[in-house]
Ligand binder design. Sequence first.
Ligand SMILES: Nc1ncnc2c1ncn2[C@@H]1O[C@H](COP(=O)(O)OP(=O)(O)OP(=O)(O)O)[C@@H](O)[C@H]1O
Length: 252
Amino acid sequence: MMTAVTTILDAQGLTKAFDGHIVLRGVDLQIHEGESVAVMGPSGSGKSTLLYNISGMDTMTSGHVTFAGQDLTGLSQKQLARLRLTTMGFIFQHIHLLKNLCLLDNVVLPAYLAGLAPRDDLNDRAMALMERTGVAELANRDVSEASGGQLQRVGICRALINQPKILFGDEPTGALNSTAAAEIMDILGELNAEGTTIMLVTHDPKVAARTDRVLYMVDGQIVGDREQGRYTGADLDQRHAEVTQWLLQQGF
Ligand SMILES: Nc1ncnc2c1ncn2[C@@H]1O[C@H](COP(=O)(O)OP(=O)(O)OP(=O)(O)O)[C@@H](O)[C@H]1O
């Protein structure tokens, strides 16, 4: 039986210029609900700019982006902030947590700001996420008392606290050793298997090997789009070899 594909994010003719310097050159991109997508390409090709513009973190120069049926183009900064807070999660290379809050409160904060549930429920939800990602014992600790890999897990919990429809990552494993990076990708793989749509900017073909689809950007355009099927936990070396070969063909 064929499963219907739902487009969760649709960018049409997305252009972004900084002071007349064109960084995104009319990008068309559809992301389907439930898929995981890696965005690769040379430094400066526009990967992060693409992520920031399709998520409404930055304001595009021209084009249209529709997310979960809502056209971002006409929204005010306040409406965009609300949309991001309640429907999108973000993880970065360096997770910026508030130093004067314990790790649990850092996870709870976006939910508290969204005001969608009572505080006790938010604490329970945050603890469940921290248990799931293996950082529950750190809940009452400070930011300075956790390792980079542990902080990235806390960052994932924070990104998930409002049950986002999509999780965006900008080099989420970029600052981690290979073991910690693999553990983060295991967590993201589980979330994806449960239905969370994921889009990651990465330089790491091993990260890309675990996603459903790899985009390759050059000079502000998507020039390669590879569907590689779901990673099931087996044959990572084989997938890595295949995606590396494809990347080399793209000019990686
Ligand atoms: N806020 C900004 N103001 C001016 N120029 C910017 C800004 N953000 C990005 N750029 C420029 O846009 C281009 C693309 O940057 P971007 O960070 O999107 O590339 P990238 O592919 O993510 O690179 P990297 O892999 O190095 O992170 C670069 O030339 C960069 O200098």
